[in-house]
Structure formats: structure tokens, C-alpha cells
Design a protein around this ligand. Structure first.
Ligand code: SF4
Length: 265
């Protein structure tokens, strides 16, 4: 089955252990207001206008975001970095977008990697049916699971969907055999409020045994340019990242609750 992806990032060091190649799948059922990959949300390839300047003249070109690829063709791409993956205990991370939206293609990719002993991670929101999550758990080595907001109403406001199925799937997943790292985006005044941090710690503390680590992902304004290019409304334009001391305070709170914590992926 063909898949639709929009990018391949080589030599990634924040998407799981070691040196990794990260594949970005197209399509996401969420619409987080701070999304750093807004071009990933539409599940189909899209054509955008790209403006560039040369010698004072402005040029407008069409640029396709996303393309279809077969499992074998993508695997050939992944194999190019296999030696670096092996030497660094790294592997491949399937991200997005939401990779579980293309679960048949994802499953094929996981099986191809497994057959070559290539370590895999699935970076997901878990906004999916449990049957799909459980099937992927049979084939991957690691889950990187986004946890954004515990309050369901807030979750709906900021991501467009309820978190009920997400929290339910996290509970089930951590009681299985596949390691889970929880990744919390540090979105100022949204996910980093004292209330959300306290509720996140309380929720995860119930599951502690099954969580390998908690990653606190700093918010960056790097997507501003993309929002401009795609003519999208950027509600987080100009919002500042948390200061180092603020991130450290949150890190300490998780550590005091007994978690292994890292700032960054
Ligand atoms: S889950 Fe990730 S890719 Fe999807 S909208 Fe949110 S930030 Fe963007």
C-alpha cells in the first residue's frame, strides 16, 4: 500500500535514542493551535505558492507539499543511513502529522524495518482506535506519545478534539510490553499552567511503572515562516518560549514525582 509523506529528516537526535531518520507522515486528525508542522494536517499532497527574492526581484513558484511513496521505495531511503543508526543505537522514527492515520502503510514499514533489525519508534497522539494502537505495538520498539492537556474542554479548544480516547489508550499502552516515552509540548500559558502540570503529573503517576521517561519539548517560534507561506492564521505568533529557569522548575516537579525527565526529545 502506498503512503503519503511530506519530509524525511536525516541525522535527527531529538526523536528517540541515537541517530535517527525521521519520516513525517501527512494527515493529522488534530489541529493544535501551535502546530509546528501546519503543512502536515491535510492528508493529501497540497500545492502552495512559494515566494522568493533574487537581485531585488520577487518570484512566485508552486511547491508541492507531500508525495506518495511505496514501502519498498521508502525503505531504500531509510537503508542509506543504516550504518549510522547501528553505530549510535539509533533507528527510524515515524512521525507526522499522525502516523496512525496511515496505519496499513505504517505497519508495512514497521515490518520491513523489523526484518532488518532496524529500531523503530512511532511518534503519535494515540488519537486512534485501540485495535490500531495494539497492532502497531506488535511491530514497533518504542512509542513517543504526545500528552498535551488533561482538561478535556481545554484539549478540545486548543486541539479541536476530545482527549478521552487518548488518555484511555495511554493507560492501556503503558500496561503492555513496548516502552513508552511521554512527550509534553511546553506551550506557554496553555500546557505549562500550574494546573495542567499538576494534573499531568497526577495522571502519569498512576501509570508510572510503564513510562520510560518524560520529555518536555520547548516551544519555538520556528513555524512562523510556514504560517506566512501557507497564509494560515498563526495564533501563537510572537509568543515567547519558556525561560530556562521555568523549564527547569517544571522538570524538577516531574523528577520529584519520580520520573526520568529530559528537556528536549
Ligand atoms: S498533533 Fe502534532 S501534527 Fe497534529 S496538529 Fe497537533 S502539533 Fe500538529
Amino acid at each position: 500500500m502506498m503512503g503519503t509523506i511530506f519530509d524525511i529528516k536525516r541525522f535527527a537526535v531529538h526523536d528517540g535514542p541515537g541517530i535517527r531518520t525521521t519520516v513525517f507522515f501527512k494527515g493529522c486528525p488534530l489541529s493544535c493551535q501551535w502546530c509546528h508542522n501546519p503543512e502536515s494536517i491535510d492528508s493529501k499532497p497540497v500545492c502552495i505558492k512559494k515566494t522568493s527574492k533574487l537581485n531585488g526581484r520577487e518570484f512566485v513558484n508552486d511547491e508541492m507539499i507531500g508525495y506518495k511513496v511505496s514501502p519498498d521505495a521508502l525503505f531504500d531511503e531509510l537503508k542509506k543511513e543504516q550504518v549510522f543508526m547501528e553505530e549510535s543505537s539509533g533507528g527510524v522514527t515515524f512521525s507526522g502529522g499522525e502516523p496512525l492515520l496511515q496505519h496499513e502503510f505504517l505497519f508495512e514499514m514497521l515490518q520491513l524495518c523489523k526484518a532488518q533489525a532496524m529500531h523503530t519508534a512511532v511518534d503519535t497522539t494515540l488519537f486512534s482506535s485501540w485495535e490500531i494502537v495494539a497492532r502497531m505495538a506488535e511491530a514497533t520498539d518504542l512509542f513517543l506519545v504526545d500528552l498535551k492537556l488533561i482538561d478535556d474542554q481545554m484539549h478540545q479548544v486548543y486541539t479541536g478534539v476530545s482527549n478521552t480516547v487518548i488518555l484511555k489508550n495511554i493507560r492501556k499502552l503503558v500496561s503492555g510490553n513496548v516502552p513508552v516515552r511521554i512527550r509534553i509540548p511546553m506551550i506557554p500559558k496553555v500546557t505549562t499552567t500550574p494546573e495542567n502540570i499538576a494534573m499531568s503529573i497526577a495522571f502519569l503517576s498512576e501509570l508510572k511503572g510503564g513510562i520510560e521517561a518524560v520529555d518536555l519539548l520547548p516551544f519555538h517560534n520556528t513555524a512562523n515562516e510556514k504560517y506566512k507561506r501557507f497564509h494560515l492564521d498563526n495564533q501563537f505568533m510572537g509568543r515567547h518560549s519558556l525561560k530556562k529557569e521555568e523549564l527547569t522548575t517544571i522538570k524538577n516537579q516531574f523528577q520529584e514525582a519520580g520520573f526520568t525527565v529530559k528537556i528536549g526529545g
